[in-house]
Design a protein around this ligand. Sequence first.
Ligand SMILES: [Zn+2]
Length: 118
Amino acid sequence: MPVITIIGMTRKIRPKQPPVPAERPETARQEIIHVLTGNTLSARDISINVGVRERDVYDHLEHIRRSLERKGGELVVTPSECRKCGFVFRKRDRLTRPSKCPSCRGQSITEPLFSVKP
Ligand SMILES: [Zn+2]
């Protein structure tokens, strides 16, 4: 059985392959850009569409925002809004949803929405 012998030898010689990383940042970012082009989605929607954990979506969006700006594109953010008093978080730099309204201290706040202008 020469074939089996060769395979057995190859296995011995070849160094152990590192496990395939579960997350491929570049691919995930490409997919996020893809789903956000022409669509306006929340981080949760992106998470479901791309298969990335919601908290990781925000990291990817930060990178995407910077890389789009370098290329003359834009990550368009629809800011969070307080459901109670209507306060809009326009000046917020972070992309995550704020936990509390600075105006009425309400905690019912809409998710920010994202879209890509290439
Ligand atoms: Zn409020």
